[in-house]
Design a protein around this ligand. Structure first.
Ligand SMILES: [Zn+2]
Length: 308
């Protein structure tokens, strides 16, 4: 299976202050791990283009995009919320992160590659139609999904979000769009403190209790996600791949292991093979225990590429 690996140097320039967990080292550690393990030898490495305004406003309001541009600082930081800040490189990095998803769906839908993984920052799944929050500015996954539907002509696209935090931004943008099914799991009671009640009939939200471990995840996937996904029968799957439910990650109390993430990647590939000839795009979201992040992403990508 030919897999694209899409990244951009600007991912390493966006940072939100000393000791911030969503840091450039995350992307760098993933790239290093893929290189050192030889995984990169089997991937088609591509540079992410910047997303255009036209692509972005399929998921965000034009007013929000203008506000984001106006807020970008020439030096220092512009604080969006207590946890989220723009430095002079953030806007560029966000445009290329969104552009990575657009390029990924284009390559996959046109059959030039079978799957794609985007190692980009900033992440996107908390960014709502009109609001940056939770380390996110542009909703990379929602922009990619809308591109697949509105430009590439697909009728049904599924989103799978396994980040430990609820993907409120993706839900905000895509709830009610019946061309989309979003299935997700997240730790209940954790930031952004919502998702327990889904915003639309096309949302399959599965909150998981803290300390429920990989067993609860596996049950959610088998009992909730897979039946919903098979019934929806997507033509493409776009994944919000967050690795912050890992037992080594102090952002959460889920206790997932490397083996749980490996199992999850195999199940998602299996669903893609059952529904849409294996077509899927996976985009990095969270994951803050850097060694665990690098290991789990490497395994994730190797399974996408059929190497493991
Ligand atoms: Zn997260």
């Amino acid at each position: 299976m030919k897999v694209a690996y899409i990244s951009h140097p600007s991912s390493l320039d966006h940072e939100m202050g000393d000791y911030h967990p969503e840091c450039p080292e995350r992307s760098a550690a993933i790239a290093d791990r893929l290189l050192l393990r030889g995984t990169l030898d089997f991937l088609q490495a591509l540079d992410a283009p910047a997303a255009s305004d036209e692509q972005i406003v399929r998921a965000h309001s034009a007013r929000y995009l203008a506000e984001l541009r106006a807020a970008a600082p020439a030096s220092g930081f512009h604080q969006v919320d207590p946890d989220t800040a723009m430095n002079p490189h953030t806007l560029t990095a966000a445009l290329h992160a969104a552009g990575a998803g657009v390029l990924a769906v284009e390559k996959v839908v046109r059959g030039e590659v079978g799957r794609a993984f985007c190692n980009v920052r900033p992440p996107g799944h908390h960014a709502e139609r009109d609001q940056a929050m939770g380390f996110c500015f542009l909703n990379n996954v929602a922009i990619a999904v809308r591109h697949a539907l509105d430009v590439l002509g697909l009728d049904r696209v599924a989103v799978i979000d396994f980040d430990v935090h609820h993907g409120n931004g993706t839900e905000d943008i895509l709830a009610g769009d019946e061309r989309v099914l979003m299935v997700s799991s997240f730790q209940s009671g954790l930031y952004p403190f919502n998702g327990e009640i889904a915003k639309g009939t096309n949302m399959c939200n599965v909150p998981l209790p803290p300390y429920s471990g990989g067993g609860a995840l596996r049950e959610a996937v088998q009992e909730r996600w897979i039946p919903a996904l098979l019934a929806f029968d997507p033509q493409l799957i776009v994944v919000s791949a967050g690795f912050d439910a890992h037992r080594e990650d102090d952002m959460s109390q889920m206790g997932w292991t490397d083996e749980d993430y490996e199992w999850l990647a195999r199940r998602i590939v299996g669903i893609a093979e059952a529904c849409c000839e294996g077509r899927m795009v996976s985009m990095l979201e969270g994951g803050y225990a850097i060694p665990a992040l690098a290991r789990c992403v490497d395994t994730h990508v190797r399974i996408l590429a059929g190497l493991d």
